[in-house]
Design a binder for this molecule. Structure first.
Ligand code: EPU
Length: 417
């Protein structure tokens, strides 16, 4: 199993381009199931989750190809059995994104129910309730969800909790439904706006994506389209924090600074000098780094996907930072590993208190989930001596060529096979 070895203590310097957003590419790929015509997606990151989604689409009958520039062609001219098997769904919860498009296109779908995962319970009850409201017969048998409906009907649906993939699943299902669907209390993440742009290019009628109410007027069929995936805001944020934690100067290009307002606000309050321009952001070396509290919430609040990385940064800040995780109940697995490096972190339910600054020392570490692995890499960059990070397959799920990009900024980092 691959490991990453890092020798810390060097300030990172330089400029790095971010990749396309994993969490936009996944629903965009699932949207290919809504038409028999070809979809061409630009800026698709070559990360493990994207490969898993392409495998799943191929299992469902798609022909796919990707070139080195991240240009991806997908076409599902003829569907195979509309079934997402356990082995694929087990490795990636976002596989559930095929449920809505499959029912909409073929009238039925059988998708393995994703279990809990390292960051919490993560049910999909809201996806299922909403599909039932659109007239689907939803059953759970032998660990699989089966949903059937000759044609979905438009409905007025209010999500009890804002859910990103739930909003995306239902938005896709509603594009081919009969009549109008109104989705209320929707998630407002940029990835949802990206998916709506793609669906619109495919001939869907959608308004309100990016606000809490989305309206979709169903159409009889969708067609092919070409679409560019938005930049990965979590990757961009991770590199800005890498600049800050190493006391270097890191410029992030090909990003959308507008998607990172909450992080920028907090980093500036901590004392990290930031500059932004069209498509670029830069974190410069700080004079003094102060602790600042954060509470994760849905967009435009502070992203849960940047909480672990921010926790690593706070080990270097003066004072106590209270970090409250409001989205997932078990997303502090990195805290124990950071403590093994010398961090002073106390956990109380959904809250972590980080007291700093502490000197971190390199250690053998275990990655537990995607963003936790990013946090360990950041801490290792700031630590004295050498760290080895095990189970790096977690990081490969969502960061494209991370060690190559960090090496280009001057990090001493290598992958060991
Ligand atoms: N929830 C329910 N029932 C549902 C759906 C969600 O109770 O049917 C709860 C969840 O348990 C959670 C909250 O609602 O407490 C929000 O979950 P959401 O559904 O928004 O999460 P998701 O769609 O499964 C996406 C991202 C995650 C990101 C979250 C929150 C994708 C593919 N995944 O997950 O990304 O953390 O939104 O922003 O878009 C990552 O990239 O590392 C990652 C985990």
């Amino acid at each position: 199993m691959d490991k990453i070895r890092i020798r810390g203590g060097r300030p990172l310097e330089g400029s790095i381009a971010v990749s396309g957003a994993k969490n936009a590419a996944l629903p965009d790929l699932a949207a290919a199931l809504l038409t028999d015509q070809p979809l061409v997606l630009r800026n698709v990151p070559q990360v493990r989750d994207v490969i898993t989604m392409t495998r799943l689409l191929e299992h469902l009958g798609a022909r796919t190809s990707v070139d080195r520039e991240g240009m991806c062609h997908v076409q599902v001219s003829r569907m195979s059995e509309p079934e997402a098997p356990y082995d694929l769904v087990r490795t990636m919860r976002a596989s559930v994104l095929v449920l809505g498009p499959l029912v909409a296109r073929t009238g039925w779908a059988r998708v393995s129910l994703p279990g809990g995962c390292a960051i919490g319970e993560r049910p999909i009850d809201l996806h299922l309730d909403a599909l039932s409201r659109m007239g689907a017969d939803v059953e759970l048998v032998h660990g699989y969800v089966t949903a059937r409906s000759r044609r979905l009907r438009g409905a007025d649906i209010t999500f009890a909790t804002r859910t990103v993939t739930g909003t995306e699943n239902l938005m896709m299902a509603a594009t081919l439904a009969e009549g109008r669907t109104v989705l209320r209390h929707c998630a407002m993440e940029p990835e949802i706006v990206d998916l709506a742009a793609l669906l619109t290019a495919m001939g869907a009628h959608i308004t309100g994506a990016g606000t809490e109410t989305i309206q979709i007027e169903g159409v009889d069929s969708l067609h092919g389209a070409t679409h560019g995936v938005i930049p990965d805001r979590v990757e961009a944020g991770t590199f800005l924090i890498a600049g800050a934690i190493s006391r270097g100067r890191v410029e992030v290009t090909e990003c959308d600074p507008g998607h990172l307002a909450a992080l920028v606000d907090v980093l500036e309050r901590c004392g990290v000098p930031l500059t932004t321009g069209p498509g670029r952001m830069e974190a410069g070396p700080w004079e003094s780094l102060g602790a600042h509290d954060i509470v994760t919430s849905t967009y435009p609040g502070f992203a849960t996907d940047l909480q672990a990385q921010y926790m690593a940064l706070m080990t270097q800040a003066s004072g106590a930072a209270v970090i409250t995780e409001n989205i997932f109940e078990n997303r502090f697995m990195h805290a124990g590993e950071l403590r093994r490096m010398g961090a002073d972190i106390t956990l109380e339910g959904r809250t972590a208190i980080v007291r700093g600054p502490t000197k971190l020392s390199g250690a053998p570490l275990m990655a537990t989930d995607l963003r936790a692995s990013a946090s360990l890499i950041l801490a290792a960059l700031a630590a004295d001596g050498e760290s080895t990070i095990n189970r790096v397959y977690h990081i490969d799920r969502g960061y494209e060529r991370i060690e190559e990009k960090l090496r280009a900024l001057g990090a001493e980092i290598e992958r060991m096979h």
